[in-house]
Design a protein around this ligand. Structure first.
Ligand code: ZN
Length: 367
């Protein structure tokens, strides 16, 4: 393997997993005087390009970073068919849609792990905004409104002393107003401290009594899945029964119509109504079946979660990398006022693979 080149790829993935965007990574590569892929190629093939245009050694662009982060070859996969010639005559290449790529796995030694790839691509697919201070928005893509389900948007104001004050509120509220959703306002600092405390609690729980924690998770995961499978099975049976029932009703309806017991127009309307209902029910069955099958194969969720938290035994602060590795989503409720006049706000943290951990549901006292 070309080790120096592999190290450049690894460092780009590492930076991306820490929440840095293409532009910032390109900037860091320029600042650290890392040779661009083309300059690196020139180093080994000095006579290939004649023009000096190709010799801007450290001139990294965000596009080169993007291409590297999307290249599955680094996973040890070979990808065929990414492009095809439009016709025999034309040299112009067109991109094939992703479904048409042929991926051959484990062809050579992978440069990065599947886990690293997944983390980076989770981050890339969530909408991210790098804010004015240049700080990376570590909660990007994770914080959602508990009522309407839209993302909370981040904004910041500069204080008189020059420091920044960041906060979140519901996207729906911000763009459409209070008729559509409540503000769900929370400051960055409050969100940070609640999430940080909760992650630390989870890590400590594992750290003190690993076996107990593992058993607890196992129980929870399987009982959650079992409960859900039970509910889905009941729904499936109920819907199947209703489909059969409608069959009987339809038979009766045809009979009544044939014997002239109901007027023609009434027959048409009823027929249509039952047809639609039956069709909807039939379409929902495969969806239920698919979810049941998925749940049945999910019993290793707790070990996957434990594998992740074992990496973060000493946690000094939060980063996009840690948050995306551990957390699936954070639901922020709107502030409520209790009967005694005190304000509180509920924040639900859903961990990856395992969902909510009992104590993850907590109230933050605002007053
Ligand atoms: Zn909302």
């Amino acid at each position: 393997m070309d080790e120096p080149a592999a190290e450049v790829v690894r460092s780009i993935f590492r930076l991306a997993s820490q929440g840095n965007g293409f532009t910032r990574i390109a900037k860091m590569m320029r600042e650290n005087k890392v040779l661009t892929p083309i300059a690196y190629f020139n180093l080994h093939n000095p006579d290939y390009f004649k023009s000096d245009y190709w010799r801007q050694e450290f001139d990294w662009h965000c596009e080169s970073v993007r291409v590297i982060l999307n290249n599955e070859v680094y996973l040890g996969k070979l990808v065929y068919g990414k492009e095809q010639n439009r016709s025999m005559k034309s040299k112009k290449r067109i991109k094939n849609p992703k479904e048409d790529w042929i991926v051959v796995e484990n062809c050579h030694e992978p440069i990065i792990t599947q886990d690293m790839w997944d983390n980076v691509h989770r981050l890339l697919s969530s909408k991210r905004h790098e804010v004015k201070t240049g700080d990376v928005q570590i909660f990007a893509g994770l914080v959602k409104c508990a009522d309407c389900g839209h993302a909370l948007t981040y904004s910041q104001k500069q204080r008189a002393d020059g420091s920044y004050h960041g906060s979140y509120s519901c996207w729906m509220y911000k763009t459409h107003g209070k008729e559509y959703c409540a503000s769900h306002y929370i400051t960055y600092d409050d969100l940070y401290s609640v999430v940080f405390a909760d992650i630390q609690r989870v890590i400590r729980a594992y750290d003190y009594e690993p076996d107990r924690f593992r058993n607890l998770l196992n129980e929870r995961c399987s009982s959650n899945a079992e409960k859900r499978i039970e509910a889905l099975t009941a729904e499936y049976e109920q819907k199947t029964a209703r489909i059969a029932e409608i069959d009987k009703v339809l038979n009766k309806l045809y009979e009544d119509s044939a014997l002239g017991r109901i007027p023609e127009n009434r027959f048409e309307t009823m027929l249509q109504t039952y047809d639609i209902e039956q069709d909807t029910l039939r379409k929902s069955l495969p969806v239920l079946k698919a979810e049941m099958e998925q749940l049945a194969g999910q019993n290793d969720a707790s070990s996957r979660f434990i594998n992740v938290i074992r990496k973060y035994t000493y946690l000094n602060d939060l980063s996009a990398e840690i948050l995306n590795a551990l957390i699936d989503r954070i639901l922020v409720h709107h502030k409520e006022v209790g009967s005694d006049g005190s304000e509180y706000q509920q924040i639900e943290i859903y961990y990856r693979f395992i969902g909510r951990l009992d104590t993850a549901e907590k109230a933050k006292n605002v007053a």
